[in-house]
Design a protein around this ligand. Structure first.
Ligand SMILES: Cc1ncc(C[n+]2csc(CCOP(=O)(O)OP(=O)(O)O)c2C)c(N)n1
Length: 327
């Protein structure tokens, strides 16, 4: 059975509101980080995913704790959805003792094995063969856990991507490859790095289905992911989902993104995933002004609390540099 087509789903009103909360929380987390960078509080490069939240929420919603994600530099929201508390994530960005790596990396390489989060490496695409290895482990252990492996359209041009997809296709591994196609790899627009329109087309040559979807529609992302996850849990192999989206900020907070036009940014802002979903919820009478105010207050409280906690947390002492070493 093809993994994507005609996947039926039913979400309760509580689940739909929970999705909305996550969209708002992840947006607020990144927006606050962007301000904190300018205040000199963050000890890490910051690569916000503002504008891309629907990809994270749609792919992480309903994952099990045992399922693994392999997130990238732009996917802090995936850490939050997989169970990392905002205060711990903020501490991580502040390089404090209360962060995931106790202040010992540039913030973006930590993993949390007990939550099913594999830490990213800086080499783009290098997380994908690792995802294949995780998928192979799940298959050999005869579990029905799945792996969600994120990558940018830029990373889909490196060798690791092709090796990982080939291996996953041959072995029918339980992996959902999620391409966050935000149109640029740093300053390089997609038409300068690929001779085809859709990254999704690349899946066919490795023997599994690839689909290109509107990555700013959280329900479209959820539906496609659900189909792909069910397919993987049944032991029927991987799927590639290409989410067409856009990052509003530069590649990182130090990039002013002069390589793109104001008109292009405005066009994509008009497709902001959050108002789109707000309209959907309001039209179905699932969201009114009072509920919206409640969500916004809870989000603000969570972020304020995270910033306070991280600001007041201890810095690592020098002895921490040689703690937890294996050799
Ligand atoms: C193999 C490799 N080449 C180049 C870089 C430098 N680099 C870091 S992020 C980036 C752009 C990534 O673009 P994409 O894969 O589309 O992901 P996005 O940042 O757009 O989410 C580049 C070129 C790297 N980290 N690894």
């Amino acid at each position: 059975m093809p993994p994507i087509k005609r996947t039926k789903f039913k979400l309760t009103s509580e689940e739909l509101l929970e999705m909305f909360y996550w969209l708002k929380l992840i947006r607020a987390f990144d927006e606050r980080l962007s301000v904190l960078v300018r205040q000199g509080k963050v000890r890490s490069g910051v690569y916000t995913g503002i504008g891309q939240e629907a990809v994270i929420v749609g792919t992480c919603f309903h994952l099990r704790r045992e399922d693994y994600i392999c997130p990238l530099h732009r996917d802090l929201g995936a850490f939050l959805m997989k169970g990392v508390e905002p205060r711990v994530m903020m501490s991580q960005m502040f390089a404090k003792m209360t962060g995931l790596s106790k202040g010992r990396d540039s913030a973006l390489h930590s993993g949390v094995p007990e939550l099913g989060i594999f830490g990213n490496t800086s080499m783009l695409g290098a997380n994908l063969p690792v995802a294949a290895g995780l998928g192979l482990t799940f298959k050999m252990d005869k579990t029905d856990n799945v792996v969600i492996a994120y990558f940018g359209e830029g990373a889909s041009n490196v060798g690791d991507f092709h090796e990982a997809l080939n291996f996953a296709g041959v072995q029918r591994l339980p992996i959902v490859f999620v391409c966050e196609n935000n149109q640029y790899a740093y300053s390089v627009p997609i038409e300068r790095s690929m001779a085809i329109d859709d990254v999704a087309d690349r899946a066919e040559s490795y023997g599994f289905e690839g689909v290109a979807i509107n990555g700013n529609d959280v329900l479209a992302v959820y539906q496609a992911t659900l189909g792909a996850i069910n397919h993987a849990r049944r032991g029927e192999g991987p799927t590639l989902i290409e989410c067409k989206t856009y990052r509003w900020h530069g590649h990182s907070e130090h990039d002013k993104a002069f390589y793109r036009s104001d008109e292009e940014l405005a066009m994509w802002k008009s497709r902001d995933p959050i108002p789109t979903f707000t309209t959907y919820l309001r039209a179905r009478h699932l969201l009114d002004d009072a509920k919206l105010a409640d969500v916004e207050a809870r989000v603000k409280q969570a972020i304020d609390e995270a910033v306070d906690y991280a600001s007041n947390a201890a810095d690592p002492g020098p002895e921490e540099a040689i703690a937890d070493l294996y050799a």
